[in-house]
Design a protein around this ligand. Structure first.
Ligand SMILES: *Cc1c(COP(=O)(O)O)cnc(C)c1O
Length: 361
């Protein structure tokens, strides 16, 4: 087998090695069935076990109380941009959004397309999305307040959530779910495409609180109603079985290898400190994000010229450090430090960056 690269991809992204090895070992014969999990009925007792195990692990890891349903849907986080307003925006009320750039803007756009009365509660567009707005005004006439907890493209992250009182928070957590401990109680709904921090592409984790389900208007199509999936435990139609299985293994890895989200958070803090401390001590690389809004998951940085950025990405690639190119909409470089990227990988990256700066500055 060839040498494994260190994967800093923004998504699909690195998966824990023990998870990949387990998948490999079970590929031809899952649990003594003589079949791959991909060849099995989604209504078999084996798959039911896989699904229930993934749900229980997610509930334990996030400390969700019995009011929350954990669902596995398709269509990516991008479909949630539409399902959220379809199901949760109430007649005569506002749909409130915080615009922290890119994905957050797209979420608000879908609500507008659906004819909802969208209110921008706050935006960081005035300083090119380099910070997370503070003191978000809470409108009592809002159905919900939507935030994007980690901004994958801009490299910003909420390190405290708005105090929204009776207004439920709805959040796109695609790129930082399971990266740290947080209190789920203010959230009416949380969603995340699995391919950043929870598994392979093809499944979206949706966590919805029971009281949110009453809001859905009758005319919403069956496949777009959350209640369709709460009532059938994500088995209304064929779910993405293989992706759910791998998500379950990643959750098992978090519980058994890492020891839960407190430990994961400590590791993620150490990783982020390693790279931001280095970025702050020199002036060849530049991180544009305001200090209190820096993402632990996606670290964006610029070099003095686009040519140097290209060289840096290419040399890193040759050294086995892949995926450092910034999003095509903003350019520059970006290192995504999701859960599966370990402390040693970040040390290797910082050593590489130090070396490159010494040679080229
Ligand atoms: C990647 C990403 C998305 C888009 O996810 P898809 O699953 O491709 O639809 C949405 N929001 C955030 C924060 C993301 O990082």
């Amino acid at each position: 087998m060839g040498k494994r690269a260190i994967v800093f991809n923004p998504g699909p992204a690195m998966l824990p090695r023990p998870v990949l090895e387990r998948v490999q070992s079970e590929m031809l014969d899952f649990a003594g069935t003589g079949m791959s999990l991909m060849e099995m009925s989604h209504r078999s007792k084996q798959f039911e076990g896989v699904l229930n195990d993934a749900v229980s692990r997610i509930k334990r890891l996030l400390r969700l109380d019995e009011r929350y349903h954990v669902l596995f849907l398709q269509g990516g986080a991008s479909l949630q941009f539409a399902m959220v307003p379809m199901n949760l925006a109430q007649d005569g009320k506002l749909a409130a959004y915080v615009d922290t750039g890119s994905w957050a803007s797209k979420a608000a756009k879908e609500a507008r397309l659906l004819g909802k009365d969208v209110m921008l509660a706050a935006t960081s567009s005035d300083r090119n999305y380099t910070y997370i707005p503070k003191n978000i005004p809470i409108n009592p006439d809002a159905s919900y307040l939507h935030i994007t907890t980690n901004n994958t493209i801009r490299g910003t992250q909420w390190h405290f959530f708005p105090e929204s009182g009776d207004i439920p928070l709805v959040s796109d957590m695609s790129s930082d779910i399971f990266s740290r401990v947080f209190d789920p109680v203010p959230f009416g709904l949380m969603y995340a495409g699995a391919q950043k921090n929870a598994g392979p592409a093809g499944v979206t984790i949706v966590i919805v609180r029971e009281d949110m389900l009453e809001r859905t208007p009758e005319h919403v199509p069956t496949m777009l109603k959350y209640s369709t999936f709460t009532e059938t435990h994500s088995l209304y139609n064929t779910p993405p079985c293989f992706a759910i299985y791998v998500v379950g293994l990643v959750m098992q890895w978090l519980e058994e290898n890492i020891g839960g989200l407190e430990n994961m958070e400590d590791l993620n803090r150490r990783k982020a400190n390693l790279i931001y401390d280095y970025l702050d001590e020199q002036n060849f690389y530049h991180n544009p994000v305001e200090a209190d809004s820096r993402s632990w998951m996606n670290v964006v940085f610029r070099l003095p010229t686009p040519e140097l950025e290209q060289d840096c990405i290419q040399e890193a690639n040759q050294a086995g450090l892949v995926g450092l190119k910034g999003h095509r909409s903003v350019g520059g470089c970006r290192a995504s430090l999701y859960n599966a990227v370990d402390v040693k990988a970040v040390e290797t990256l910082v050593d590489f960056m130090r070396d490159f700066a010494r040679k080229r500055s």
